[in-house]
Design a protein around this ligand. Structure first.
Ligand SMILES: [Zn+2]
Ligand SMILES: [Zn+2]
Length: 381
């Protein structure tokens, strides 16, 4: 927000105000603007504004940042972090604070969970799939086996034997929540946690389903076909909706998240959409030039011209011979790096010709006979 009011101004306190004064000011304003008691149309906004100001000025650390950097200093806090130090129960002693946490867009611990929040979504399943670079280039279809929980086919997730009904939990009265008041150094805290007796459902299963033993779900192994788009890169995630673990109702399954791993290729290395190939050539090929064939990722061989006088480590760029891009409708490049290979062994004819070559070139080669040290070294190989 561009025109946020100054927090001190919002609470109507001095910049030097102490903790007590700030709390007193906030308590007064918060009780005035709480949307449950205030009829003003912008009550909620006003309430949020004073709460935000209080959240910052009541926290030494945040207040210091704000004094130094202004509103910009408050960027990057999540709603939960922001109000972390605010003890709403303390501010609203004797007040039903109802939906404050919902208003700020966070749960306030276990407050929003438990019996009253409706059926739960199932959890996501994470798995990995190895593919070859060619498969990544072309795109492919893969089958993977996963074990996941599915709604019990007999009780359909109700956990009770068909025909029987669960009873209302007496511990929590069917709300699924237990309220606990504790005293901490910050003041009185009201903590709402799910009821252990009924697991937060508010209901007790008296006659559990025989098939799932009252769990509502069964473990099943399933084979899933995965469409892998061409151009995928190492570490990319593919999300398959509704193939995760089942939720409490049909349609609330989690997702299956597949991480792609690309196997090391014998010839190509990849960086983004570009491919790199190391091509070995001989000294005569480098010196005289040549027409050779090189492999490409689409499986076709390609004619490649070595220009006479090519140096070792020369890199040729072949535009559009790299990987396909998942995002754009084009291909990266293929970079061919030349390695000129020096022969390790020469026969007498080769030696003769090379000596002649050196002579013609004006190189004076001092012939080294193998010494004792070299012979020992050779023997050890
Ligand atoms: Zn069942
Ligand atoms: Zn209960």
């Amino acid at each position: 927000m561009a025109d946020k009011r100054d927090y001190y101004e919002v609470l109507g306190v001095d910049k030097t105000a102490d903790e007590k004064t700030i709390k007193k000011a906030y308590r007064k304003l918060a009780r005035k603007y709480h949307p449950d008691v205030c009829d003003m149309p912008d009550a909620e906004d006003k309430f949020k504004e004073v709460s935000e100001a209080y959240a910052v000025l009541s926290d030494e650390d945040k207040r210091q940042r704000y004094d130094q950097f202004g509103h910009a200093g408050m960027d990057g806090f999540s709603a939960e972090d922001f109000y972390q130090n605010v003890n709403f129960e303390d501010i609203f002693q004797g007040f039903d604070i109802g939906n404050i946490f919902d208003m700020f867009g966070f749960g306030g611990g276990s407050r929003s969970r438990g019996g009253s929040s409706g059926p739960q979504r199932g959890s996501d399943i994470y798995t990995e799939i190895p593919i070859t670079l060619e498969e990544a280039f072309n795109g492919c279809e893969k089958e993977i086996k996963i074990t996941r929980s599915e709604l019990c086919p007999t009780c359909k997730g109700s956990k009770s034997k068909p025909g029987s009904n669960p009873e209302t939990c007496t511990k929590c009265g069917g709300t699924g929540q237990i309220k606990e008041v504790s005293n901490t150094f910050l003041g009185q805290m009201v903590n709402v946690r799910p009821c252990r007796e009924c697991g937060g459902t508010g209901k007790i299963i008296t006659d559990p389903c025989d098939v799932c033993h009252g769990r509502g779900s069964v473990r099943k192994t399933k084979t899933i076909k995965i469409e892998i788009p061409s151009g995928v890169d190492e570490g990319n995630h593919l999300r398959v909706s509704h193939e995760g673990n089942c939720g409490e109702k049909e349609g609330l399954e989690g997702d299956l998240i597949v991480t792609v791993h690309i196997k090391k290729h014998k010839k190509f290395t990849r960086e983004g959409d570009h491919l790199y190939l190391e091509q070995q050539i001989s000294f005569p090929q480098a010196a005289l030039g040549d027409l050779i064939t090189i492999p490409t990722i689409d499986g076709k061989k390609m004619e490649f011209k070595i220009t006479p006088g090519t140096q070792c480590e020369t890199v040729y760029k072949l535009k559009g011979q790299g990987m396909k891009s998942v995002r754009y409708n084009n291909r990266g490049n293929l970079y061919v790096k030349i390695k000129v290979v020096v022969p390790k062994k020469l026969n007498s004819k080769q030696k003769e010709l090379l000596n002649e070559f050196a002579e013609v070139s004006g190189d004076e080669i001092k012939h080294v006979e193998k010494g004792l040290f070299d012979r020992v070294k050779d023997a050890m190989k």
